[in-house]
Design a protein around this ligand. Sequence first.
Ligand code: ADP
Length: 729
Amino acid sequence: MSDYFEKVKIELQQMKAPGEAAETEAAGEEQQPSPASDSSVQADVSLTSRRDVSRSSINERSRSKSRSKADGHARQVNSRQVSDLTALRSVAGIYRVSNEQNLQVKGTGKIFKAKSAANGHVESCQRQTEEKCEHRVKEDGNKVGKKRRPVTVDSSKAKTSLEALKLSIRQLKWKEFPIGRRTACDIYWHGVSFHDNENIVSGQVNKFPGMIEMLRKINLSRAVRTMQELFPEEYNFYPRSWILPEEYQLFSTQVRLLKDNDSTLKPTFIVKPDNGSQGDGIYLIRDPADLRVISGSQVKQAVVQEYIQKPLLIDKLKFDIRLYVLVRSLEPLEMYIAKEGLTRFCTEPYQEPSQKNLSHVFMHLTNYSLNVHSGNFVHSDSCNTGSKRTFSSVLYRLGSKGVDIKKVWSDIIALVIKTVIALVPELKVHYQADIPPGKPGPTCFQILGFDILLMKNLKPILLEVNSNPSMRIEHEQEVSPGVFEYVPSVVDEEVKVGVIRDTLRLMDPAQRKQYGVTNLGVGSPEDAIVMDAERDEKEGLADSLPSLCLKQVFPKYTKQFNYLRVVERIATIFLRFLGVKGTMRLGPTGFRTFIRNCKLSNSSFSMASADILYIDITRRCAGTLPDSREAGMGLQAFIEAFFYLAARRFKALPLREQVVSLLEVCESSIDGQGHAEKPRPHRSHTNANPASDHCSAPPTLNSPSVTCRHQSHRRHQPLQPSAKGNTDN
Ligand code: ADP
C-alpha cells in the first residue's frame, strides 16, 4: 500500500466515527486528502508542493466581479470563500508552510527536497536523483536572470472558458491576446472546435480536428463496440448500446429474447439523442415499443442503452463523476488525468426504475443543467456538501466507510486509458486529413470531460465523453426573486482553473524545445516533473504555483495497455493507403492497392472479390457512418473489411487472434520483410498482457453486442461462403 493510503488509513482510524461525523470533521482539517495520490494503476508519481495559489486566484476573481450588481451579496460570497479556503486547500492537498517543496516520485523511492532560493536555484536534490538534478541546475544557472519571452495565448475564441483561462494565464505570468494577434501565438484556446480559428499554421491548438464528431453518442458507441468485439472483458465498462434507427429491429429482438429467457427480468433502457447534451431529449423506457423513433418527418438518430439500475448512492442520491483528461498528443499517445474532478448529484432520492418513476429526471439524471432547476438543488461553497462537490471529497467519504478507494481510482484510470485508445484510430484519420504531414499546421491537444457512474459494487461505468466540457467557473444564482446573477463557484474554480493552468504548463513550448522534445511528448514523467519544477523556479513562480494537478497515465502505463491498440494498427494501414490528400475515404484503387501490397489476394480471393467486398461494405456503411456525404470507404468500413478478411484467412482462431494475425501478415508485407502467417517477434504494440489473452467471454447485458458486425459478415457470406461462422467467437 502506498504511503498515501497508509496516511488515509491512519487518518480514518483517528476519526471518532466513520460516515457523516467524520466527513464534517475532516472538512475543517488542513490535511484532508485529495485523490492526488489516491491514484495508481501501479507505481505512482505525485508532486507534493507546499505552495498555493487558490487564495490569490479566488481573491483576484472576487475583485474582478465588479460587474456584480449586488455588492453586498458579492461581499457575502467573498467572506464565504475565504472561510472555505482552508477546506479548499486541504481538499487539494496543498497547503503553504514555507517556500519549501517536496517532490515525491512514488514507486521509485525518489524524493526531491527543494527550497527555492532568491536566485531560483534548487538548493538540494536528494537520493538517487541528486546528481542529475544538480547537474541540470548548474547547466541552467547561466540562464537564470535572463527573462524569457512570455508564452503568448490567443484567447479570442475561448468563449465560456475565458474566465478560467484568464486566471490561468495570469497565474503563469504569460501573455494573453484577447482579440487575437496579427502575428502567430504560441497557443490558441478555442471554445468549441479545432476550426474556430481557421488558417493557423503554427503553435498549438487546444482542440483536435474530428473530436466533436468522434464523441457524438453514436460514434463513441461504435468505437467502443469495435473494441468490445476484440476485448469484451476489458471494455465491459460501457453499457450495452444500440444505434438507432439502424439497429431498431435488433434491439427489439434482443430485448424480446432476453425477456423470453427470463420472465423476471425487467430491464430499463435510456434513450439519448445522438447530438444531445445536458440531458436534452433523454428518456427512459422499459419496452422497445416506447421508443420515439420519429420526430416530425425525421427519423431520430440516437443511442438506446442499457440503464444502470443499481448506481452507488450517497445520502440516497444518485451522482456521477466528471473527470478531466488531457490528451496531449496522439503520436506518440500521451494523456493525463486531473487528480481532482467534480461530482454532480441528483436532487430527488433514488429508486430503482419502475413504470411510475421513469419520468422523474431529478431522480435518474445527474446533469447539473437539469438539477439546478429543482427546488432541492443545494449551491454550496464547500467542496463536500451540496449538489456539486469535488471528487476527492466523495472519495474521502467512501474511504471513511471502508471502500478501497485506491482500487476505484485505478479502475477509473484504466477506463479512461481504454476509452482514449478506442478513440485514437479515427482521430488519427481526422488529424491527417486536416493537418497532413509535411504541410505547415499547428499541433493539437485537448481537455476532455469524462462522465463516469459508479455502480453499487463500485465498478466505474462510462456514460459519455465531452469534447467541450464546461469550463465555466461561475454559476447562475437567483440573488433576489427574479434577479439572476453569475456568482463565482468555488468548487468549479478550484477544479477547473487547475486543469487549464496545468494543461498550459504541460504545453509550454519552451519545455519541449529546451529538452529536445518534439511537439509530441516528453521523455518520462519524472523528467516532466523535474522540468516543471525547474522552469517554475526560473520564472519566479515557485512561490505561487501549486504542484501539477495532472497525472500522466500514458505512456506511463504503456505496458499494461498497449496490447489493446489493435485497431490503431489497422488505422495505420488505412492511412498508408489513403495517402496524404486531405481525404478520409479510401477509393477503390486504394483498396485494391492495399489488397495487392499486403498480398491478400490468392486463388480463393481474387481481385474481383476484393472489388465486390469494397462495393458491398462501402455501400452498406454509407448513410450510417460519419461524414458519409464523401464517397469512398471510411475507417469504420475498412475495419469491417479487415475483420472480414481476417475471418476468411484464419478461420479456426477467435476473432481477436484472427485480426492480430492478419495485421502481422499486412505489416510484414508492407515492411517488405516477407512473410506471411508466421507470428512475428513481439512488436511494442502486440499483446503485452498474456493474462488477457482470451476473448470469448459470454456476452452479458453489461457486455458488448457483437451482433452487428457479425450480422454484417453474414451479409457477405454469399460472396465467400467459406467465411461462415468464423467470427462467432
Ligand atoms: P448528456 O450528454 O445529455 O448529458 P449523458 O449520456 O451524460 O447525456 O446522460 C445524461 C445523464 O443520464 C447522465 O449524467 C446520467 O445521470 C444518466 N445516464 C446516462 N446513461 C446512463 C446509463 N446507461 N445508466 C444510468 N444512468 C445513465
